[in-house]
Ligand binder design. Structure first.
Ligand code: AP5
Ligand code: MG
Length: 246
């Protein structure tokens, strides 16, 4: 049974290294909401050597963005494949849409016709120095998109994914020069999205904080405030049992 009372269709927005992937993973664990990351999809295409992967590889390594129409096609087909274009489904998007043009295409072609418009857009605000430090210490598990940090969230076994034991790697775009280009691209192409969503009713919510725990606690509270959480059945049974004992 879904943990939320009302369906949540959430976009996480924020500069490189702001923690979109990290917060997505925590929301997924707590609320059991599935999510997709456009960056993870592209990294899997690169790993599999597909045509999209070949194009993506050079663009990503230059810190630039892929063309809007291609990206929209890739993510829209994923939304359809997962049957998410429905008003009753909850999901999280990390990294898409990333430009006003992508958002307009997604809304007009996919979400609005399905009566499934985004109902929460989270803007993560983190200082530039913190982001730079984080990406310098990041390791990823490409097949799943799981993210680690050598300082704050290290894997249990050095260099290995906690779940599968497979090797972790560094992202080729996690280099200070490419990071600066990605940040510049974010300011030019993605920040205008904040204005776009400001005009879409009460969907935009911004959060700032230095640690994942501080940010996540606020995010979880906001999700519950907006969508309501079903009481945990096992906790209820425990308290009933405790009540009948006295
Ligand atoms: P993408 O993979 O989306 O990269 P990004 O937006 O640059 O964001 P990152 O994944 O680098 O950061 P994040 O916010 O997820 O942070 P994370 O949680 O990992 O896209 C890559 C490329 O693909 C783009 O540059 C573009 O070329 C292309 N692309 C993708 N989508 C596209 C689109 N829609 N259109 C066109 N092109 C597209 O956290 C970072 C590190 O910090 C981790 O090590 C983590 O453990 C740690 N950490 C996180 N939070 C905290 C905290 N609070 N305290 C301490 N450590 C923390
Ligand atoms: Mg990410």
């Amino acid at each position: 049974m879904p943990r939320l009372l009302r369906p949540a269709r959430v976009l996480l927005l924020g500069p490189p290294g702001s923690g979109k992937g990290t917060q997505t993973e925590r929301l997924l664990k707590h609320f059991e909401i599935p999510g997709i990351s456009s960056g993870d999809i592209l990294r899997r295409h690169i790993k599999d050597g597909t045509e999209i992967g070949q194009l993506a590889s050079s663009i990503i390594n230059q810190g630039k963005l892929l063309p809007d129409d291609l990206m929209t096609k890739v993510v829209a087909s994923e939304l359809r494949r997962r049957h998410w274009l429905s008003p009753s489904t909850s999901w999280l998007l990390d990294g898409f849409p990333r430009t006003p043009a992508q958002a307009k295409m997604l809304d007009a072609q996919e979400l609005e016709p399905a009566n499934a418009s985004m109902n929460l857009v989270v803007e993560l605000q983190v200082s530039e120095d913190a982001m730079l430090e984080r990406i310098a210490n990041r390791l990823v598990h490409v097949p799943s998109g799981r993210v680690y940090n050598l300082m704050y969230n290290p894997p249990k076994v050095p260099g290995r994914d906690d779940i599968t034991g497979e090797p972790l790697s560094r992202r080729p775009d996690d280099d200070p020069a490419v990071f600066r280009k990605r940040l510049k691209e974010y300011r030019a192409s993605t920040e205008p999205l904040v204005e776009y969503y400001k005009k879409s009713g009460d969907v935009l919510w911004s959060v700032a904080g230095e640690t994942s725990d501080v940010i996540y606690a606020q995010l979880e509270k906001e999700v519950v405030r907006r969508f309501g959480e079903r009481a945990d059945e096992s906790a209820e049974m425990d308290s009933e049992a405790a009540g009948s004992a006295d």
